[in-house]
Ligand binder design. Sequence first.
Ligand code: AMP
Length: 279
Amino acid sequence: MKLLESVVEFRRARAEVPGSLGLVPTMGFLHRGHMALVKRAREENDSVAVSIFINPTQFGPSEGYQTYPRDLRRDLELLKAEGVKLVFAPPPEEIYLPGFDTWVEVGALAERLEGASRPDHFRGVATVVMKLFNIVRPDRAYFGQKDAQQVRVIEKMVADLDLCLEVVAVATVREPDGLAISSRNTHLSPEERKAATVLWSSLSAARDRWAQGEARARILKKVIVSTIDKEPLARLDYVSTADSKSLEEVDTIDRPTLVSLAVWIGKTRLIDNVTLAGR
Ligand code: AMP
């Protein structure tokens, strides 16, 4: 496994990798969720590259860029054990040269849901992922369904800008009690950690109601809101039932529908989602 910290070095090492290459973009501090992406990439490609880059341009002013957890040494051990070939871990100034001022903006799709709560977030994501695609030149790139809107935004960018690679979405990896694994979970106190199970339990309750025949979005949302309301440490930011491709809100679950939410648990904002198949 090679660790590369500059674009020039990475390109040189990449040129020597034969066959197909899968890319897993991450911000490091790796957990089982990230490793599921790496494993899938290894199954489907001759070699795997992982990027570790805490992207400053996707964080809002009070979103904790400075305090984002990092542990490069541990990350490298985990990646080495999985047979990863290339690790790209550049410092911010390698990616954003002085005067950097070209951005990728995915339109309406990026303005809803997370985009409404976090202005400029997806502009930062799309721009850095575009740069990573250009530097790494992967055949396939792997993203977690936990960040469902991110997957859609990247798929749209790839389609709209004729990028020559396949975007693969990997199912969310969860703790045994259902909580989606996230580096943000480390911010939770033991009490908050217990309360955080309300995200998945509310989504599961809505999914169960749907399985029993309920197709009205407003009723499914009510199920979620009332479950969250019962947890004193939780405060709902948004809940959405949206067409899983366009992310436009739907009234009736008559097509594949993304049910997603963002919830504050104390000072930590968590997201989760489930897709209903439609009938
Ligand atoms: P991050 O380091 O948080 O930017 O995440 C890097 C990639 O890992 C993104 O595509 C995430 O969607 C994905 N990811 C994070 N947590 C999980 C999880 N619990 N299950 C599956 N994928 C995940």
